[in-house]
Design a protein around this ligand. Structure first.
Ligand code: DC
Length: 233
């Protein structure tokens, strides 16, 4: 056990959509016995609720009010994790392409980022957690003990997403899916508040031609190395 925080270290995994963050974070959390926090799901929950309330993506006053009245929580469901927005299970509804693009716009707004920043810091402070997102290593926990920046080419990320959608029976073409991946990257990297960018002290991993198992091994070794160093102190 690390001496750094009460329950262990904080691991930050940032990177663009489709780089494999969710699968890897889940597996790494299982191997380490850590809690997994999918911060993208929190932004998606805000986007879904804003859509239902008919709030425009640039209406900061109403977005701030929405966030004040919103509690996003995670509950374990066997191997998976359900996302609850004020107690309602929104896990499936937040995963559509439409909500994905809306989330990218909503997550650029300052009041939304501020509200979720507070929630994420409270969830992770004791350590023993892996947070995945876009700004974990740069803004949410700049002092995280281990940071990864996971990327892959836009074509490969689009291909992975396309296969996921096809398995669900979605009719999107490969070209359209790659175009949406590129559009989301531009929105996430170009925004003013907490843009997607690699922290200076993050370990970059390009997963374009690596298997999940290969990436997982690199990550697990890096975390265990850090834990061993802390134990020696
Ligand atoms: O990881 P994801 O695809 O579920 O994320 C959905 C959107 O949320 C993505 O376009 C960027 C945004 N996001 C963010 O701005 N900051 C985070 N920490 C996580 C996600």
């Amino acid at each position: 056990m690390s001496a750094v925080r009460e329950n262990g270290v904080i691991v930050a995994i940032d990177g663009p959509s489709g780089a494999g963050k969710s699968s890897l974070t889940k597996l790494l959390a299982q191997r380490l016995g850590y809690i997994h926090i999918d911060t993208g799901a929190m932004f998606r929950a805000v986007a879904l609720m804003s859509k239902r309330a008919g709030i425009a993506t640039d209406d900061d006053a109403r977005l701030a009010e929405l966030c004040r009245g919103l509690e996003v929580t995670f509950v374990r469901d066997g191997e998976n994790c359900r996302v609850l927005a004020n107690g309602e299970d929104v896990s499936t509804e937040i995963r559509t392409e439409e909500i994905g693009l809306l989330t990218s716009a909503i997550s650029a707004r300052k009041p939304v980022r501020e509200a979720l920043l507070t929630m994420q810091r409270a969830m992770g402070a004791k350590g023993g957690v892996i947070l995945e997102g876009r700004d974990i290593g740069t803004v949410v926990f700049p002092d995280a003990e281990v940071k990864f920046f996971l990327s892959a080419s836009a074509e490969e990320r689009g291909r992975r997403r396309y296969l996921e959608l096809a398995a669900r029976g979605d009719k999107a073409t490969l070209e359209e899916t790659i175009a949406k991946v590129i559009q989301r990257d531009q929105q996430d990297e170009g925004r003013e508040h907490a843009p997607l960018k690699q922290a200076d002290d993050a370990l970059p991993i390009d997963s374009t031609s690596l298997s999940i198992e290969e990436v997982l091994t690199v990550m697990e070794n890096a975390v265990r190395e850090r834990l061993a160093q802390d134990d020696k102190r």
